[in-house]
Design a protein. Sequence first.
Length: 122
Amino acid sequence: MKKIFFSADGNDMTQLHSGFCIRLEELAGEVKGETGIKGMRIDFNFGLRLAVPEGNYHVRISDGEHGQVFFDGDVSGQELISMEKYAILWQIEVYEGGDCIFAHRFDMTGQRVYFYLVDGAR
């Protein structure tokens, strides 16, 4: 599945970012969270990760607190991955044929949160 990295800050992917993000993806493994839609998975391991199966899907990802849009586009057979690896109150909406078929707002309230610290000196 082709991976598309996007940034909440509108940052461009540099070679340094690319290497770091790819390494974190290897550590995180495949996207595990089920959405109820065949082939579509979501999780928040090392940032937001949304695997979208082949099809006519439109995805909108925004900040659930402020409404700023980070990604808004057609996606098919791709995995969307945020470059940000910290907590953002993500709002994810997936449309098919103009109808919203999946919506999720990231909420850490009452959840166990893990931090993975990377030693930048290595």
